[in-house]
Design a protein around this ligand. Structure first.
Ligand code: L34
Length: 291
């Protein structure tokens, strides 16, 4: 069994990007600038955004964090988005999700200029992805492709089973892996909460991608021996024995799945790390597009 070490890959990717930023600086080109909007004080969101800002610093990007109160109105948030759309200094920006219930996430995502949508959540970017046109790929699926590529795991002709059909992970992932060409050409089955006899599908997977949001949902008996297992989940589970009061766990029950798999990504230190790297890569792309 080989661990798909997201932390190690992130360190590599950061040093590659840092080189590119130094070259850009030497050539008098613009230093990429990422902005992030964080609404409220959801501890998980705060941790993720912290990782994003820290990664910007590590690669030499400029970053700006807008911390807005939980009570911000939808209108005020739309104004902030509009300001960032119109600010030529900002190459790309994100609005960290989830947003509080009184704000329509869809409306906010639509308001982001697709050219600055380094999350790849805007319908224009999702549509371009569908058609195989150049675009910003959604961060988590892009990160997973990067992980497979750097571990030389082929997808051509493989049966990939994706469990979970969210707009930001499961659905785009299934499209990317089934399209023609490098890192595609897989036969993809997209499973979800209404799938009957889920296990009969997961047992067929050469590559199993778990994105359900249910802690430790995938167990060893659901995995074909030798399968590649990608755990997208990042769940905070109460744990009084942990000084933080919780522990992080994925959608995969690691102890039972690890012995069955050929490759497996851990949580933390797996896909989450590459989600952040994908955002950084997209921001560099956004700056390069304007060169
Ligand atoms: N707009 N909202 C927007 N864009 C995104 O790309 C995200 N996502 C998801 C949630 N909402 C979003 C993220 O940023 C999930 N996600 C994310 C980002 C980073 C990490 C995990 C999820 C991450 O850094 N994970 C670390 C551990 C973090 C911790 O200690 O809590 C890891 O090693 O997995």
């Amino acid at each position: 069994m080989t661990l798909l070490d997201g932390k190690k890959l992130a360190t590599q990717i950061k040093s590659e990007i840092k080189e590119k930023v130094l070259t850009r600086a030497a050539e008098g080109k613009k230093i990429p600038h990422l902005a992030a909007i964080l609404v409220g004080e959801n501890p998980a969101s705060m941790a993720y955004v912290r990782n994003k800002v820290k990664s910007c610093e590590e690669v030499g990007f400029t970053s700006t964090l807008f911390k807005e109160p939980e009570t911000i109105s939808e209108n005020d948030l739309l104004h902030l988005v509009e300001n960032l759309n119109n600010n030529p200094e900002i190459d790309g920006f994100i609005v960290q999700l989830p947003l509080p219930g009184h704000i329509n996430e869809h409306l906010i995502t639509l308001a982001i200029n697709a050219e600055k949508d380094v999350d790849g959540f805007h319908p224009v970017n999702l549509g371009k992805m569908m058609l195989g046109l150049p675009c910003f790929l959604s961060a988590t699926p892009k990160g997973i492709l990067e992980m497979l590529s750097r571990y030389d795991i082929p997808t051509k002709g493989k049966h990939v089973v994706v469990v979970g059909r969210s707009h930001i992970v499961g659905t785009p992932m299934s499209i990317l892996l089934s399209r023609k060409g490098k890192q595609g050409d897989a036969t993809v089955t997209l499973c979800h909460s209404y799938t009957q006899d889920l296990k009969s599908f997961t047992l067929q997977a050469d590559i199993l991608i778990a994105a359900t949001g249910i802690p430790e949902f995938i167990t060893g008996d659901m995995v074909k021996p030798g399968a590649v297992v990608i755990d997208v989940g990042i769940n905070r589970v109460e744990d009084s024995s942990n000084p933080k009061g919780f522990r992080l766990t994925g959608d995969v029950h690691f102890p039972s799945v690890e012995p069955v798999s050929s490759y497996i990504s851990p949580v933390p230190g797996g896909v989450g790390q590459l989600t952040v790297m994908a955002l950084i890569q997209n921001t560099l792309l956004a700056a390069e597009r304007k060169d």
